[in-house]
Design a protein around this ligand. Structure first.
Ligand SMILES: [Fe+2]
Length: 183
């Protein structure tokens, strides 16, 4: 269960299926253009809508097939339909899904995947994420968790930088020693 559900009392029977199913729509967007639909670079709003609309359609089908509670299924589909592009939330469940979705970008695994696929240095990406916190998150819990995570990402990238600099300096002095010995 996401940490946020322990503090924010949303309906787990809506939030969890919505989180599991929300990105199904990517299946309908060609892989080579998916990165144009989100992230720190320019965003193709049309593609972003396709993954939401198709995701809502597929989730609706699946929930109907398994005989999920109709009222909850309707809310799940509505949440998925605007999980990325809609900047307002219509329920507490919607807020929690939006917050959890964005929080994945702050965790260690999500962060390193994004740095790699967007080709952005970790320190720059961490700064960009830090600037999105007030704009993206609805609940105070998510804001707190995101701030904590982004500080961790920043300190990890600083320590990696230190290790890289130290080994570069060591290689430099080793080179000088070798050159000295060759004289
Ligand atoms: Fe999404």
């Amino acid at each position: 269960m996401p940490q946020i559900l322990k503090e924010v009392h949303a309906d787990e029977d809506v939030v969890m299926p919505a989180l599991i199913l929300h990105d199904l729509g990517w299946k309908m967007v060609p892989e080579d253009v998916q990165l144009k639909a989100f992230g720190p670079r320019e965003i193709d709003e049309g593609l972003r809508r396709v993954h939401e609309v198709e995701g809502a359609r597929l989730a609706g089908q699946i929930l109907a097939e398994v005989g999920y509670d109709e009222k909850k299924a309707d809310e799940i589909v509505r949440i998925i339909d605007g999980h990325d592009s809609r900047t307002t939330a219509f329920s507490l469940n919607d807020m929690v899904v939006k917050d959890c979705d964005k929080l994945t970008r702050f965790c260690k695994a999500g962060f390193s995947i994004d740095c790699e696929r967007f080709g952005i240095p970790p320190d720059e990406y961490a700064d960009w994420l830090d600037q999105q916190i007030d704009k993206w998150f609805f609940t105070e819990t998510a804001k707190r968790l995101a701030s904590k995570e982004v500080q961790q990402r920043k300190s990890e990238s600083e320590s990696k930088f230190k290790v890289a600099r130290t080994s570069h300096e060591e290689r430099g002095s080793y080179g000088k020693i070798r050159r000295h010995n060759h004289r």
